[in-house]
Design a protein around this ligand. Structure first.
Ligand code: 13P
Ligand code: SF4
Length: 318
């Protein structure tokens, strides 16, 4: 496990340069999610949503994958690359949504619905993936569920908000596991509508992990990559962004003349920043590469079983 003791080691003055040097030395690729702090996004070789990151992890010929994201994302990269070294700057970078679906309880839930197949959102542990038939992400969930024969009953896990959204989009009667993300359930409908009154020309763009009351007001709903593409191509100049605030760094880089307003959380906090994602820092990323730890490891049987539904997703979303 990564400890703060190693963080006290002397750090180079120019971390960006040192990380670039280590990339060459290790033949490493740095993959980062949009919810990472801006410095990490800027040093990454590839930034993307969960689907893009999985596709990149599946295709890379780098020997080492440095995953700047949360544990389930790095785990997915390891499942796709069992023989490669996969590093996560801080092993404690978990996910409240993945934690909301413990394997023992989910196994009982599955047993109570024996004729159902399991479609699991990628934001779950490797154990849950191993119990699933198809993995999906927020960008392909609707497309994948639409490919399942209509008579086939489906459990959708673990996110109840994405599940409800997919059910509405596909007209399917999904059996939902009642999990959720602390960040996407933090937004206040009232404060968001007040903001909309202050910026009447702004459009609301939201991630499907948000609650129904929020999505109801959204002009556009999509994964982080889809939101980014939408704000780039739209003629609208102002957006209220209802997802983790890290994506705004990329939006401002892509279309600097537009205004992006982070949607306010319910409490007076920075709860629209994912506390798990933000555990990774540029310093920890450098140290992980320098020390080749902490690395992701998984039991071989789980790794093998979890690969099947992930590969199914990659094939079905091609
Ligand atoms: P994306 O599918 O947009 O990457 O969502 C990932 C995530 O963690 C949302 O909370
Ligand atoms: Fe998990 Fe939510 Fe953080 Fe995404 S934003 S990693 S779903 S806790």
């Amino acid at each position: 496990m990564f400890t703060t003791a190693s963080a006290s080691a002397t750090l180079p003055k120019d971390l960006f340069r040192a990380i670039e040097d280590l990339k060459k030395e290790l033949n490493a690729i740095v993959l980062a999610h949009y919810y990472q702090e801006p410095d990490i996004q800027d040093i990454a070789d590839y930034i993307g949503d969960s689907l893009g990151l999985s596709q990149k992890a599946a295709a890379t010929d780098a020997e080492v994958i440095v995953f700047a994201g949360v544990h389930f994302m790095a785990e997915t990269a390891k499942i796709l690359n069992p023989d490669k070294l996969v590093l996560l700057p801080d092993l404690d970078a978990g996910c409240s949504l993945a934690d909301s679906c413990p394997p023992t309880e989910f196994s009982k839930f599955k047993a109570a619905h024996p004729d159902h197949i399991v479609v699991s959102y990628i934001n779950c542990t490797a154990e849950i993936k191993a119990m699933s038939d198809i993995i999906c992400t927020s960008s392909n969930a609707v497309k994948l569920v639409n490919q399942i024969p209509p008579e086939q009953p489906i459990i959708f896990a673990p996110d109840r908000n994405l599940g409800r959204y997919v059910a509405a989009q596909t007209g399917r009667d999904l059996v939902l596991w009642q999990g959720s993300c602390i960040v996407h359930e933090t937004f206040s409908e009232k404060k968001m509508l007040q903001l909309k009154m202050e910026y009447p020309n702004a459009e609301i763009v939201a991630h499907p992990e948000c609650e129904e009351a929020i999505l109801h007001h959204a002009h556009y709903i999509g994964s982080t990559t889809a939101l980014l593409k939408y704000v780039e191509s739209s003629e609208i100049e102002q957006f209220i962004v209802v997802t983790e605030a890290g994506i705004i760094h990329q939006m401002e880089k892509q279309v600097p003349h537009k205004l992006f307003i982070p949607a306010p959380p319910d409490a007076n906090c920075q709860c629209n920043e994912c506390p798990h994602m933000r555990l990774n820092t540029l310093e920890k990323l450098y140290l992980a590469m320098k020390n080749r730890t902490p690395e992701i490891t998984l039991p071989a049987d789980i790794q093998k079983k979890a690969l099947v539904p992930i590969q199914r997703m990659l094939t079905m979303s091609a």
